[in-house]
Design a protein around this ligand. Structure first.
Ligand code: NAD
Ligand code: IPM
Ligand code: MN
Length: 353
């Protein structure tokens, strides 16, 4: 169980400390944590957000715990040197194409949602986001038009094999849940989405026990706040999944609550190699103040135990401790409480017993 610990930037270091305390409290035999630098933290030391030594560590280990990257000081750097390239590079280099982002309301926190409590109370959904393609990884650049204007461009594309492999992950995920898969696209406008929809329908033939429907992304954004309880499993592309998952987080109550797993095809001794990270970023506005909610990071560690190490009991132990701590009032400013990062970590540790 070799785990790379990559806190990154901003609140990444603060929330990672709490996740590591929780993992260490479980006292798992064979667990070996190895620290590495990513993002602006790596750029400052090595001149690159994803230096070769960190990439080597990523390749060597069975799983990666990833905090967050991003620093306003780096926003003017050439794109290939910006901190965000570390997370994109990791996903691409390791072939982590399937991003699972569960969103479920916590008992007792229904009234912390941006939605009415009775609407929020029904939320139990999973966003399966494609992570290696789309407009993120197409040809991009700046050019000058015929009349001398600057023009930015980013090519959006999906090949059918890229859509097929995420479709299989999504259908299997839905099969393990309530058997309902909603594919979100923009097929009324985009050829990329037209192919996406066709391939989803083709793959559906292998999963007669799963119900597939389709929704345009604008409608999906609306339905997500109108009646989020209608969704079981959502499958969508890289860009739409990025946006809808941040939106889903506020339906649950805070972006500081949502964890994620990024998986590929590489296997560990007992599961799938993966990277585990909160869906949020480095939160420069609250960084260094001890105010960040560490729950998303702690729940990411639970997802790691489940997917990379087949430690379902231990994963559930963490998830139950988090739910208990939240229910008992371990809330930070993001949820209307006044507890800091360390105090929330303490509450989770206490609930772990
Ligand atoms: P963000 O997710 O960092 O923050 C958005 C808002 O949510 C902020 O007000 C922040 O304070 C709050 N927030 C986020 N996480 C929180 C937590 N755990 N507890 C309490 N409040 C929390 O998004 P942003 O401000 O758009 O981006 C900041 C930087 O992070 C940028 O450089 C961006 O590129 C980067 N980013 C990185 C990742 C990643 O590493 N996976 C993800 C998203 C954004
Ligand atoms: C996320 C983030 C990243 C993304 C950024 C930092 C590249 O927003 O993980 O949701 O867009 O995928
Ligand atoms: Mn995002």
């Amino acid at each position: 169980m070799k785990i790379a610990i990559l806190p990154g930037d901003g609140i990444g270091t603060e929330i990672m400390a709490e996740a590591v305390r929780v993992l260490e409290a479980l006292d798992l035999p064979g667990m070996e944590l190895q620290d590495g630098l990513v993002g602006a933290a790596a750029w400052r030391v090595h001149g690159h957000p994803l230096p070769p030594e960190t990439l080597a560590l990523m390749h060597e280990c069975d799983a990666i715990l990833f905090g967050a990257v991003g620093d306003p000081e780096c926003d003017a750097l050439p794109r290939h040197l910006r901190p965000e390239q570390a997370v994109l590079g990791m996903r691409k280099e390791l072939g982590l194409f399937a991003n699972l982002r569960p969103a479920k309301v916590f008992p007792g926190l229904e009234d912390r949602s941006s939605l009415r409590a009775e609407v929020a109370g029904a939320i139990d959904l999973m966003i399966v986001r494609e992570l290696n393609g789309d407009v993120y990884f197409g040809d991009k650049g700046m050019r000058t038009t015929a009349i001398g204007e600057r023009e930015g461009y980013d090519i959006m594309s999906y090949s059918e094999s890229e859509v097929r492999r995420i479709a299989h992950v999504a259908f299997r995920t839905a099969r393990g849940r309530r058997g309902q898969l909603c594919s979100v696209d923009k097929a009324n406008v985009l050829e990329t989405s037209q192919l996406w929809r066709e391939v989803m329908i083709e793959v559906a033939a292998d999963y007669p026990d799963v119900t597939l429907d389709h929704m345009y992304v604008d409608n999906a954004a609306m339905q997500l706040v109108r009646e989020p309880g209608r969704f079981d499993t959502i499958v969508t592309g890289n860009l739409f999944g990025d946006i809808l998952s941040d939106q889903a987080s506020m339906c649950v109550g805070s972006i500081g609550l949502l964890a994620s797993a990024s998986l590929g095809t590489q296997q560990t001794a007992s599961g799938t190699k993966g990277a585990y990270e909160p869906i949020h970023g480095s939160a420069p506005d609250i960084a260094g103040k001890g105010l960040a909610n560490p729950v998303a990071m702690i729940l990411s560690a639970a997802m790691m135990l489940r997917h990379s190490f087949a430690l379902e009991t231990e994963a559930l132990r963490i998830e139950t401790a988090v739910a208990d701590a939240l229910n008992a009032g371990a809330l930070g400013g993001d949820l209307g409480g006044n507890m800091g990062t360390r105090a929330i970590g303490d509450a989770v540790l206490a609930a772990l017993g």
